[in-house]
Design a protein around this ligand. Structure first.
Ligand SMILES: [Zn+2]
Length: 133
């Protein structure tokens, strides 16, 4: 549970935005930033974002639903959303847990994700959903 990042305080409802500001989300973060991580899967290694999770009910799109675009690949389970104007990834419905969104910690208003210090990197090459039980 991370409630402060550098000088920023994570509110129970915290806004997030894309770079151009057309997309604005409200995140329910009663426990702050939960489980921030990087991932080395084919898409995360390219985008490089630090991601944390919320339940699907934890993201409300306040503005910009019309400019969000959906990108899907491979099994098509995960739904990756990005702003069609500035290209910034804002959030995605997770493949490992479709009941959750991952969101771009760097989009949280006032938060510099580099102030988190080192964060773990998930093994996305051997995706949890592909592992044998
Ligand atoms: Zn944008």
């Amino acid at each position: 549970m991370i409630k402060t990042v550098g000088a920023a305080t994570i509110g129970p409802k915290h806004r997030a935005s894309c770079h151009c500001g057309r997309v604005v989300l409200e995140l329910d973060l009663p426990d702050g930033i939960v489980d921030p991580r990087r991932c080395d899967c084919s898409i995360c290694r390219r985008k490089g974002a630090i991601v944390a999770s919320v339940p699907l009910s934890g993201i409300t799109i306040l503005q910009g639903a019309d400019v969000l675009r959906l990108y899907q690949f491979n099994t098509g389970t995960a739904r990756h959303w990005f702003c069609s104007h500035c290209g910034i990834y804002t959030h995605h419905q997770r493949r490992s847990n479709p009941e959750e969104y991952g969101y771009n910690v760097g989009c949280l208003e006032g938060v510099n994700p580099y102030d988190l210090g080192p964060v773990p990197t998930r093994d996305g090459v051997n995706h949890p959903a592909d592992r044998k039980p």
